[in-house]
Ligand binder design. Structure first.
Ligand SMILES: *Cc1c(COP(=O)(O)O)cnc(C)c1O
Length: 370
């Protein structure tokens, strides 16, 4: 048969002309992730982790006015999709050992809402900085009350809890391949589903919800959320570096543990026990300035002077101006993590001389104050 003539075909640049890019790049990338999840999950490649969270909410049936329980201590991308659905975020405090959603306050929040006659529609839990949340307990609570569980594993590809991969515990999981994540496609995300029907529904929603018809027909709202095949092909190349990148980030964590071992008042964020395996996407510390005589901000400024980037830990959502009217349940542990925390350089590209520079810069401020 002769070549097909298309309705509106834009010529591609030569290097991308072959089917390699145009054809099945996306489905090969999805297959690779499904393999990574031992072929027990279905992966949908999307243009961002944020889109993946949004579709997880849509597939969980979250609609205008519904309540969604969300970890407060996180990046705003976790919570924004709740607003896209015109639903109400209810923010849950963290616990100190994992820095993630506190299971006690989660259940408190569910009970309180049920007493008010309104059961929450979904829970969004985060494995922040790559550290697994107490996801077995949280998952049991979600099942007990029959509430959809969405696992934001944007920062936790390569992390495990009790031997199980992060992103596989919930009704939906999401991953991100943004530039700064453990592997990158220069923008992209994955929605992890438990069954083929959810995967098909997600692809339908992500491609403008086109009904089956030759003419374009739509009976529900749709989105333009599919991953570009070019970026999927980058993912196909990058995914082989996952283990190596995890190894390097874990080495960074060990480096900081060694550096601060003898320093009173500084705690390096570590796994609470052998049930946790963190990819240590970012290593952070808590600075108790009453003991150290300097604050996390003093330390950040010292590093900045030496041209080394460090950042405060995430500012909790419930104290963000955007969410000032939202309900928050907890006792301000997330605020403590924000006020005392500092994220230190943790990239997989950090080399021995970078670490030496970081060490010397940090030692300056420690020596000045002892
Ligand atoms: C990066 C990130 C996201 C969003 O991912 P994008 O791909 O940038 O949209 C969501 N949640 C957390 C915790 C993140 O760090």
């Amino acid at each position: 048969m002769s070549n097909r003539i298309f309705l509106s075909k834009t010529p591609s640049i030569t290097s991308m002309k072959n089917n390699f890019i145009e054809g099945d790049s996306i489905s090969r990338f999805e297959k690779k992730l499904e393999n990574y999840f031992d072929n027990k999950k279905y992966a949908v490649a999307l243009n961002s982790g944020t889109s993946a969270i949004h579709l997880a909410l849509v597939l969980s049936g979250v609609k205008q006015g519904d309540d969604v329980l969300c970890q407060s201590f996180t990046f705003v991308a976790t919570a924004n999709p709740i607003l896209y659905q015109k639903a109400n975020p209810i923010f849950i405090d963290s616990e100190l050992d994992t820095q993630n959603m506190c299971p006690y306050y989660l259940e408190e929040a569910i009970k309180k809402r049920i007493l008010k006659g309104k059961k929450p529609k979904a829970i969004i839990v985060v494995h922040l900085y790559g550290m697994p949340a107490k996801i077995d307990i949280i998952s049991a609570i979600a099942k007990k009350y029959n509430i959809s569980l969405i696992e934001d594993a944007a920062e936790a590809l390569g992390s495990y809890y009790k031997g199980q991969k992060c992103g596989t515990f919930g009704d939906f999981g999401i991953l991100s391949f943004n530039n700064n994540k453990i592997i990158t496609t220069f923008g992209g995300g994955i929605l992890v589903c438990n069954n083929k029907q959810d995967k098909e529904k997600a692809i339908f929603l992500a491609t403008q919800s086109k009904d089956v018809a030759i003419h374009y027909q739509h009976s529900q709202i749709g989105f333009n959320y599919r991953m570009s095949p070019v970026l999927a092909e980058i993912g196909n190349g990058q995914i082989v570096s996952l283990d190596e990148n995890v190894k390097k980030r874990r080495e960074n964590n060990l480096f900081y543990q060694g550096l601060f071992k003898e320093v009173n008042g500084i705690t390096v964020f570590e796994e609470p026990s052998s049930s946790w395996f963190s990819n240590h996407w970012l290593t952070s510390i808590l600075v108790d300035d009453k003991i150290t005589n300097f604050t996390n901000e003093d330390l950040r400024l010292q590093l900045e002077k030496d041209n080394i980037e460090a950042r405060p830990q995430w500012k909790p959502m419930h104290i963000q101006p955007l969410f000032k009217d939202c309900v928050y349940i907890g006792d301000n542990k997330a605020e403590v993590l924000f006020k005392k925390g500092l994220c230190l350089p943790s990239g997989a590209s950090l080399n021995t001389s970078d670490r030496e520079r970081i060490k010397n810069s940090i030692l300056k401020i420690i020596d000045k104050n002892t």
